[in-house]
Design a protein around this ligand. Structure first.
Ligand SMILES: *Cc1c(COP(=O)(O)O)cnc(C)c1O
Length: 352
């Protein structure tokens, strides 16, 4: 039996994507060559890059004026690339601190200039999303983490009149929002798109080149945009698998369709958490994530029994992050609702 994979990242990908990806490793496009042993400048790979970029634009409904980049260094490198490319010399940036990933982004920004943390939910262990805060109007940009993978909270509002940067590593392509409200969107591939090794960066072209800084080439969005994301050798395999996942998503009907499925999965699981006396939800109800569902046992002494029920049912990787404890079920796009049904049954069986 295939496992029910609730891993937070790297995480579940569609079965058919894995199958096609494994075929391309042996014989890509009938070339009798592997995808990973041909030039990234061959016409076969250029077609992959073009298609991946076009699918991102189509699925997120991006108009002209945005570049789609597939970079390396993980979302963590974006923590420093965004201030490098957007914070003016003697400028300032605003950050909303909603968890471990926001904190890491802030830690890098302070190396580039004044970094104002306009709001934080650290006071309550990051179990909610701060609202109604003030933002200095002279900030060069404001940075958000749209989904807090570790704590299981998610943002629905992105206030501010300045440039907006958003880390969407764990909820990109999962819900319909207006992506044009952002100037930079970035996401490590390994949560909702493909294998670790590439980071999707969407950047509005007109915002670049205005800081007065000299930026090293590899950290300069403009350099990558001008080169069509081929300034140096791109990570061909993660980009190919991402392209396959985006094709899969398009064939399913796109972001609007997957959003409905994601909501059905999240509702099913949160409903069980709320109605089952053995479990408590971690995140504030109005801020709950539709991607990472965090919960704890009401009675810790039942942990052995619950873990055994999960193992028996083929449930994999629902332990909470080491900083939070409890459980975290990541229910990304590729996770079928049947897996959530199996988890809900295990939760109910705990009371038998
Ligand atoms: C996983 C994750 C990251 C880190 O991504 P890397 O690719 O490992 O650097 C950053 N932000 C969020 C929201 C994440 O979920």
């Amino acid at each position: 039996m295939k496992k029910h994979n609730f891993s937070a990242g790297p995480s579940i990908l569609p079965q058919e994507v894995l199958k096609k990806a494994s075929e391309a490793i042996v014989n890509f496009n009938g070339l009798d060559l592997s995808l990973i042993e041909i030039s990234h400048r061959s016409k076969d790979f250029i077609a992959v890059m073009d298609k991946a970029q076009a699918l991102v634009k189509e699925l997120l409904e991006l108009p002209e004026g945005y570049s789609v980049l597939f970079l390396q260094g993980g979302a963590s490198t974006q923590f420093l690339m965004t201030p490098y490319n957007l914070m003016k010399v003697d400028g300032k940036a605003a950050y909303v601190d909603t968890g471990a990933w926001s904190s890491k982004a802030i830690k890098e920004a302070v190396n580039f200039g004044e970094t104002v943390v306009v709001a934080s939910s650290k006071d309550k262990g990051y179990n909610y999303i701060p609202k109604g805060y003030e933002i200095p109007s002279d900030a060069d940009y404001i940075h958000f983490t749209s989904n807090n993978t570790i704590f299981g909270t998610q943002l629905n509002e992105f206030p501010g009149d300045m440039l907006k940067v958003v880390d969407m590593s764990s909820d990109i392509f999962s819900r319909k929002i207006d992506y044009t409200q952002f100037d930079i969107v970035y996401a490590g591939a390994q949560k909702n798109m493909g294998p670790a090794g590439t980071t999707l960066v969407i950047v509005k072209d007109e915002i670049l080149g205005k800081t007065g800084r000299t930026i090293p080439s590899m950290l300069d969005y403009a350099v990558h945009a001008k080169a069509g994301s081929m300034y140096n050798t791109p990570p061909v395999f993660p980009i190919y698998v991402s392209m396959l996942t985006l094709e899969w998503l398009k064939e399913k009907g796109g972001v609007a369709v997957i959003e409905k499925e994601n909501k059905a999965k999240a509702d099913l699981l949160y409903n069980e958490i709320d109605n089952n006396p053995s479990f408590n939800g971690f995140a504030a109800k109005e801020d709950r994530s539709s991607m990472n569902v965090t919960f704890t046992l009401a009675d810790e002494s039942l942990k052995g029994k619950f873990d055994a029920l999960c193992t028996e049912a083929g449930i994999s990787a629902i332990n909470g992050h080491r900083s939070v404890g409890g459980y975290r079920a990541s229910i990304y796009n590729a996770l079928p609702i049947e897996s959530v049904q199996v988890l809900v049954k295990a939760m109910q069986d705990l009371n038998k």
